[in-house]
Write a protein that binds this ligand. Structure first.
Ligand code: HAM
Length: 427
């Protein structure tokens, strides 16, 4: 077979993409920023497998959630056991918490994770089949302070990464005591509106009526629907009041959204979503909330828990769109090209490049001295280099470097011993 012909027809799978260059660098920076914030809030990292038993996701996210019903990438292994690529991170972290009996090893556990998630959704801008999340889960704390802390963590990550413009939407989904009463009232209300509803909503009505509220198509027709807030029991209402009080007290901007119900079944109490105004239809950059029943439901002791996940693809996209608006992006380290002009200069150039990297400058590989100087300088400009250090016969003889500032176009002769002070004056 003609190998070239065969490989040219292979493309990246639908709904997935390659991350490279500026975008890959932004992903790394987002992870670095997040790690710093997690450290400040005393979270430690956990890395769970990218696939788990399908049963785990079915039981955690709910058999009737869109994710489990339509979007899992599932497969049988050689022993006919069914696994799925993880569609989200919470279920795996809870499995880890239970399997390692962390509940016996201290009252509180705070874990964060990052990595690819997989959902077989219909691809569109901002919605991928392989996407990346950074998330965190806090086990053991039932207080409103834990909910507020979770919202602060995401907001701080977003702000430090350079996304200042976002809205936090919040709601409470109540508990096992008050939610059934609300479900019943909502169902009665929806029964009067059946003629207006799409087939999808009619299906949701049977399986999980709350999810009719977040239907893009039908949600706006249901402005006068009963709200969960009116049905919260005293305990849930008090927790929600304390949560909003903490946000207000810190001068935090948020909006109550009674239609925020979330698509995964494990939520109880506080839920939130953070939306960015610069993104299109898929504008949620992060989301989360409390899931106080999940640990027990999966076989552990009753354990309150709260967490969030941010969508890295969308956060990075929002950052790039923001940057287009503001036009600012500062490079963290300067780049310097070292250009030998004779064979004799190659070794010196190679050593100098290595020393500059040790000092913290970015230096691309030294190019052949046979390459025209003009071409070398334009390659240096292409990668945004600030300096080009030229080494030829004269420079070797008189022990200096010719240093060109590619921004101001000025050229200087710098004694070999002075080079670091010259290109890195603040060192
Ligand atoms: P989620 O709302 O399903 O929650 O996802 C969280 C974030 O992941 C979304 O707000 C979005 O930014 C991103 N995301 C989700 N699906 C896609 C996709 N197909 N393409 C691109 N980005 C996407 C969870 O996953 C929960 N586990 C969050 C959580 C943690 N709740 C408690 N703890």
């Amino acid at each position: 077979m003609d190998i070239l012909m065969a490989s040219s027809s292979i493309s990246v799978p639908r709904g997935t993409r390659d991350l490279a260059g500026e975008e890959a660098a932004a992903f790394v920076r987002l992870e670095e920023v997040s790690r710093k914030v997690f450290q400040l809030h005393k979270y430690s990292e956990v890395r769970t497998p990218v696939f788990e038993s399908s049963e785990l996701f079915k039981r955690s996210l709910g058999e009737t959630s869109d994710v489990v019903e339509k979007e899992m990438f599932s497969f049988l292994d050689r022993g006919e056991r069914e696994f799925s690529l993880r569609p989200e991170g919470t279920a795996g972290v809870v499995r880890y918490f239970l399997e390692n009996k962390l509940y016996l090893k201290g009252s509180y556990h705070r874990l964060f994770y990052s990595g690819p998630m997989f959902r077989a959704e219909r691809p569109q801008a901002g919605r991928y089949r392989q996407f990346w999340q950074i998330g965190a889960e806090y086990f053991g704390d039932p207080e409103a302070t834990a909910d507020a802390d979770t919202v602060f963590i995401v907001s701080r990550i977003l702000s430090e990464f350079g996304i200042g413009d976002f809205t936090v939407q919040i709601n409470s989904l109540g508990c096992n005591n008050c939610r059934p009463k609300y479900k019943e009232a909502l169902l009665q209300y929806l029964k009067g509106k059946e003629k207006l509803l799409s087939e999808e909503s009619l299906k949701r009505m049977k399986l999980n009526p709350l999810r009719v509220l977040d239907s893009k198509e039908d949600g706006p027709k249901l402005q006068d629907a009963p709200q969960m807030k009116q049905f919260l029991c005293a305990d849930c209402a008090d927790k929600f009041r304390r949560f909003t009080g903490l946000l207000e007290n810190s001068g935090f901007k948020f909006e109550e959204n009674p239609k925020l119900v979330r698509g995964l079944d494990y939520y109880t109490g506080t839920v939130f979503e953070i939306v960015s105004p610069v993104l299109g239809a898929q504008n949620a950059v992060a989301a989360g909330g409390r899931y106080d029943n999940l640990v027990e439901f999966l076989g552990g002791p009753p354990t309150p828990a709260v967490g969030f996940a941010l969508g890295m693809d969308r956060v990075v996209e929002a950052h790039f769109l923001n940057r287009e608006k503001t036009g600012v992006e500062k490079s963290l380290i300067d780049t310097c090209c070292v250009i030998p002009m004779t064979e004799e200069a190659v070794k010196l150039a190679f050593d100098l490049a290595q020393m500059l990297r040790h000092k913290g400058l970015a230096v691309p590989p030294v190019q052949s001295y046979k390459k025209k100087l003009k071409n070398q300088l334009s390659s240096a400009a292409e990668i945004g280099a600030k300096w080009a250090i030229l080494i030829g016969e004269d420079e070797i003889k008189a022990k200096y470097y010719s240093v060109k500032n590619l921004v101001t176009r000025e050229q200087s002769q710098v004694a070999q011993g002075q080079i670091f002070d010259f290109v890195m004056p603040t060192q």
